[in-house]
Design a protein around this ligand. Sequence first.
Ligand code: PMP
Length: 427
Amino acid sequence: MTTLTDRRHTDTQALAPAQAGDLDIAATRAEFPILSRQVNGRRLVYLDNAATSQKPRAVIRGISRYYEQENANIHRGVHLLSVEATEAHDAARRTVQRFVNAARESEIVFVRGATEAINLVAQTFGRAQVAEGDEVLITAMEHHSNIVPWQMLCEEKRARLRVVPIDDQGELLLDEFEKLIGPRTRLVAVTHVSNALGTVNPVREIIAIAHGHGVPVLVDGAQAAPHFAVDVQDLNCDFYAFSGHKVYGPTGIGVLYGKYTFLDAMPPYQGGGDMISSVTFEKTTYKKPPSKFEAGTPDIAGAIGLGAALDYVTGLGIDRVAAHEHDLLEYATERVGAIPGVRLIGTAAQRAGVLSFIHKDVHPHDLGTILDGEGIAIRAGHHCAQPVMERFCIPATTRASFALYNTRDEIDALVEGIKKAQKVFGQ
Ligand code: PMP
């Protein structure tokens, strides 16, 4: 029998069996100090979690403890502090390994965030594997950070960037994907969850199709890792990227998972200390992964903070988090969708974390300003996904995005705020 914590959903069937009421939300909220502050004289309603999530005490304490008790550089010192800092950093890598169920600790590379993870793959794997006339296949719902690195690579190599289209609901057209993948495709790079639409892509299926053509797949998991269990072995992805700060960890730290055989074959990313075996002016030899990709002093406190964040989420139960957020998204979809003048952007059957919409009378930026006056933080704009806006022929959307500490009451406040803006701007 599968238990709550054993069961890992990794694909479009995501988000079900744990119950929405399984989390003690009041107790959980109390762990996030920022949630008790006031904004513009109102209680903070934080619905900008897709941009970055708030941090629980466990993370803040973990970082403080490191600086108060253990601060030293890692891998170099013979003294106790350095040994302790190295152990804490190594432990964080093992926590990440468990969180995404990687087969080996050495498959986890610490980077600055999802952006750097993708750039790393483009600049190492991409530069080595992509030649003139080759193709890199992405989708029409990618964040700029999963477009621009590939565009830069394709420009340099005279390769071709090809784009799988999406339908009016914001779902990927899988038959078009099958038509576009071919003998010149060197890599598929696809988002697990769209930050602009909330669409959960069927990445396991996409990976199986790509592998059928001998093509490796990078999954941008920036918007997936915070919302449901990710199992890289089950997905069978070749690379998986995510950012610490969206999954309750600090900014400045993120993860690139890569299958060991790929990481081992890839050239290094940046040169410097800690990534070498030996250096002479004639020749330098490199360490094995992940060190090969981690030149220089890393964000030690960041890794420790990320480890604390992932332990926190695991302690709550990622499936409980998923169930709670699924309930919030359904509630928000129903309530916001019922407001006259609102059009939801992104109505895929499988969504996570994000509700994007426009209002016929209120520009997203005006709505954002009115909501801010009510203490409600949302995002207005193109969400670093301009091609998605172009696809829907709109300049911007308003985006409310959810985290484990949000409540139905906060969605009610959002609805009231939208109605207020409608009164101010409505015809
Ligand atoms: N991919 C997606 C889908 C994202 O939403 C984001 C952040 N908005 C990124 C990549 C980039 O993440 P970061 O800025 O933390 O590197």
